[in-house]
Design a protein around this ligand. Structure first.
Ligand code: HEC
Length: 75
């Protein structure tokens, strides 16, 4: 997989996620995210749930974008 692309992550987010999570991102869950793996699982869960047909790169890009903007997790 290529390095995460933040610009693509932003586009994907704006297109498919911002309608619920808003800009800047707002958490809608009860569970605090404690690692990028966890964020990536939730990105994957939300994109599956809404049948976006995202590939691994899309998930990686959006996870990295959200982490840079909102979560600030080290790993
Ligand atoms: C129709 C509304 C909706 C859309 C669209 C949506 N989400 Fe969510 N998302 C939710 C709700 C509701 C939760 C809380 C679920 C829970 O806690 O069980 C959630 C939880 C999350 C979480 C877990 C952490 C948190 O903040 O609660 C992440 C990360 C996340 N979504 C990312 C995304 C991404 C990325 C997209 C775009 C692919 C997306 N979501 C699209 C409604 C949405």
């Amino acid at each position: 997989m290529a390095a995460p692309n933040l610009a693509d992550g932003k586009l994907l987010y704006d297109e498919s996620c911002a309608k619920c999570h808003h800009t800047p991102y707002q958490s809608l869950g009860w569970n605090e995210m404690t690692s990028k793996i966890e964020v990536s699982h939730m990105v994957s869960a939300c994109s599956d749930h809404f049948q976006l047909d995202w590939n691994a790169q899309d998930i990686e890009d959006t996870t990295e974008f959200l982490n840079t903007e909102f979560f600030f997790l080290e790993k």
